[in-house]
Ligand binder design. Structure first.
Ligand SMILES: Nc1ncnc2c1ncn2[C@@H]1O[C@H](COP(=O)(O)OP(=O)(O)OP(=O)(O)O)[C@@H](O)[C@H]1O
Length: 576
């Protein structure tokens, strides 16, 4: 909590002004009934018009001062709460950008989105309320009781019974409600998650005719949310009339007892009116305070969630020995008995993997699904750290490069191409800061996508929807390859990124890549692609079974022969 609210520090002055205005409003609220009593006692009861005008003018002046103070307070309260929300969203975004893959695995995307929207808004609203009325409400309760005692202690005695009773009741309501709000929040997260998965997987849902199934899943999440919200608000709604009932009882008591004292000449009508007025203000402040505290308990839960993410230790940072000047020169890669398990998982997905790729060499990696190919790739740009063993680039441990230097020299095309909303040119140029149009066009030509782009309505300026919905799978793959090529990386890594390309296009693309002097690692399922590489690495169950040329592997590895036969037919391997 404290960490999150420390974001208010830059706005200390605004907060001070807001609280000063609150104090003025408070004074106005407490003095008005007092002066009303005076006006009735000295003016109305004595039919003294001059006195009425005098007290009336003072009251109007006070009310106007309160009104102006309220407007100024509102301005500073909203400015502070909006600025706070802006700052915290910016800091949160920055923090999440610094997350490693292992950190990201800890938090579902939907939860992170909820942080940015729901949680930040919840705290923002509470800060606004806090500056606007939160401190005023309890002070009105205390001040109202004190003033009532100043006006008439005998009548004010009722406050000593009702106020503690109401406060105790409200504390109980809050305790129960905050647990209920926790459940509401969990259900909000759940609805967000289902929605997000559905929007991202809409095509798959339609293709698999799973619309009804998904609708039912959403209905279930949505009705859970509606039910918990309904239960929570019903509870609060039923507690409010109880509150009002106790308040009204105390008012009736004041009127009845005040009347009998007035008839006996022991108090004045003005005092009774003033005390009734204080009772009304105290009751309103108490019920207002309930809502504020309820908002506060929700904001507390939101602040805790935000704080948890803000405090996450990023587990992948530059090594103490990393040198910013170290730059990848040739792109020679060496794995030395590298083992790897995903964080918080015991299973080894890579087991003592050793191999070397020379600078400028092309290595194809093949293996069954789940054999650890992508995991191996992710270790090279240090998206994860190895569990055991070392990786060297140009004979230096990868930890001796800063993350920035290391990743700057790598062009990584992931298995699922992800394009951003924007134009084609933006998407390719995204791969390199300040890329020129010529560089974009050259990268597109190398990735064999230039001709396709030129056929689009606005060519390079054509906009693509989020995730490039209006492009085919193969086109998306080639755009994300162009994005990697524009970096002119020393190490190029393609994770099954040519799977949707026909053989001729793929071979032209690989030829273009060969023109560049870069080390290329290609994960592929296609033997035809693997054959064109200098060497092939065969993986199975996280181990390297064999490394060599196509012919060497045909001789050495039964598994490789079987894969070749499954794609080219038995005659092929017999002939070779
Ligand atoms: N984020 C993760 N957390 C835990 N385990 C994971 C994670 N990602 C992958 N794995 C596991 O690691 C193993 C290797 O997965 P990997 O994606 O490296 O295989 P792959 O050979 O690239 O498969 P494919 O050809 O299907 O892409 C699998 O058993 C998988 O379940």
């Amino acid at each position: 909590m404290r960490n999150i609210f420390s974001f208010l520090k830059p706005y200390k002055l605004f907060i001070a002004v807001a609280y000063t205005m609150t104090f003025i409003e408070l004074m106005v609220e407490l003095l008005l009934p007092f002066f009303l009593g005076k006006m009735i006692n000295n003016g109305v009861m004595n039919k003294d018009l001059e006195n009425i005008v005098m007290w009336g003018s003072i009251m109007i002046g006070l009310a106007f001062t309160g009104f102006v103070a309220g407007i100024i307070n509102s301005f500073f309260a909203s400015h502070t709460s909006f600025s706070f929300a802006y700052d915290i969203r910016e800091k949160l975004f920055h923090k999440i950008q610094s997350f490693s893959f292992a950190n990201l695995n800890q938090y579902p995307t939907s939860g992170l989105v909820t942080l940015f929207t729901n949680d930040v808004r919840q705290i923002q609203n509470t800060i606004f309320m806090a500056l606007r009325i939160m401190t005023k409400a309890p002070l009105i309760v205390i001040g109202g009781v004190v003033m009532a005692f100043i006006v008439n202690p005998r009548l004010a005695i009722i406050f000593l019974i009702t106020v503690p009773l109401l406060v105790a009741f409200i504390l109980w309501v809050l305790k129960v409600a905050s647990k209920m709000f926790d459940k509401v929040q969990k259900n909000v997260d759940n609805v967000n998650r289902v929605m997000q998965e559905n929007l991202a997987g809409m095509r798959l849902i339609k293709a698999f005719l799973r619309r009804n199934h998904e609708e039912n899943r959403f209905i279930s999440a949505n009705s859970n949310l509606a039910n918990t919200t309904r239960r929570t608000f019903r509870f609060i709604e039923t507690s409010m009339p109880i509150l009002l009932f106790v308040m009204n009882l105390s008012l009736i008591f004041i009127l009845w007892y005040g009347n009998s004292l007035a008839v006996a000449g022991e108090t004045s009508v003005g005092d009774v009116v003033a005390i009734v007025n204080y009772a009304l203000r105290v009751s309103m402040a108490i019920s207002m305070f309930t809502f504020i505290i309820m908002g506060f308990s929700r904001a507390k839960a939101s602040a805790e969630r935000l704080d948890e993410v803000m405090q996450v230790e990023v587990d992948l940072v530059d090594h103490a020995s990393a040198r910013d000047k170290a730059a990848v020169r040739e792109g020679k890669i060496e794995f030395d008995r590298v083992s790897f398990s995903y964080p918080n998982h015991d299973e080894k997905v890579l087991d003592e993997v050793s191999f070397t790729v020379d600078g400028g060499e092309e290595l194809a990696i093949i293996g069954a699904t789940g054999s650890g190919k992508t995991s191996l790739f992710q270790l090279i740009p240090r998206l994860y750290n190895t569990t055991d063993g070392d990786i060297y680039i140009d004979e230096e441990p990868i930890t001796s490069y800063t993350l920035e230097q290391l990743r700057r020299s790598i062009g990584y095309v992931p298995q699922t191409p992800l394009l951003f909303s924007g134009s084609i040119i933006d998407n390719i140029a995204w791969g390199k800061e300040n890329a020129s149009k010529e560089e974009v066009v050259q990268a597109a030509k190398d990735a064999q996508i230039h001709d396709t782009i030129m056929e689009l309505p606005e060519q390079y300026e054509t906009r693509i929807g989020q995730k490039g919905v209006n492009l085919s799978g193969g086109q998306k793959q080639r755009l994300s390859i162009a994005r990697a090529l524009i970096r002119r990386p020393k190490i190029l890594m393609l994770d099954d990124s040519t799977s949707a390309l026909d053989l001729a296009t793929e071979s032209r693309l690989l030829d273009a890549i060969h023109q560049d002097d870069c080390t290329t690692l290609i994960i592929t399922q296609k033997i035809s692609t693997a054959i064109s590489a200098d060497r092939i690495l065969l993986m199975d169950y996280g181990e390297v079974l064999a490394v060599g040329t196509h012919e060497e592997l045909l001789d050495e590895s039964g598994l490789y022969r079987r894969i070749v036969e499954s794609q080219f037919g038995e005659e092929y391997s017999n002939a070779n």
